[in-house]
Write a protein that binds this ligand. Sequence first.
Ligand SMILES: [Zn+2]
Length: 284
Amino acid sequence: MPLRSSLGKVMLVASGTALATLFGVGPLMNSLADSSLSLPAHAWTDIERKRNQREAQPFRDELLIELASLFAVFEVDPQRMKVSFIAGGDDSQAASAGTQRLPFGQAYLLLSEGIGLNYALSRVTAADACDIRPRVHPNEASTILTPEQRYALAHELAHITCEHHTKRVTATAAALTAAFAVGPALRRWARASRPVAATATLLSIAPAGAALRWLYRRQEWEADAVAAHKGYACGGEAFWSRQAAMRVPNPGVPYWFRTHPYPHERLAFFTSRCNPDGNNGDTG
Ligand SMILES: [Zn+2]
């Protein structure tokens, strides 16, 4: 009976923890993302409502249509999207966060403020200045987004589709737990002294950090591969060509500690996939 009773308690605690994790992580990730933003994020549902009720809306129709097209291409759920700008961001910056798979979770797409400013000034690159129909082909520049900017957003939407942020949060929690379990485990199972256990804990932080950095770089490659597959390879080539010319990698940071691959590596990746005469890369 005591065994059955303790087993019951363990089961109860385990299922309670699992449920709390399942339903709590989404809202926690939402509040972390919201609090880290420099400008407020607008829920797609709110944007839609304001537009339908003819209230002031934060984004104009041309940009909304571009974004809606990108959401459709990447099969993200617009009802679980929030959109914001990066204050002071230049036109190459974009970011993403959040989750669409965990209950109550929201995904976040951050556009450069430059896009908003250019947009507000009605920058026109179309041959016919009066023709403001959105052009959402990955390779075509519109009045709103250039192919480079569209690639940057496509890359971020690929992160969302692949649930990279959730995987990062999970992997970080697992790596920290493992690193900080080393000392107590050595104390308990190998009867190690306190200094030995403390040293082992410190030494285990570096490999845990390296494993996380490896995961980050792998996710960057995966997001690029998805973007290329969806037809944004030429935008990626133009984007990384500019970045490779502007950014010199810091020689003081070893490759295994980098969160992102080198710009020239990414340029080579997209150059091999961009086919300006065809349908851009391997997609059709
Ligand atoms: Zn990325």
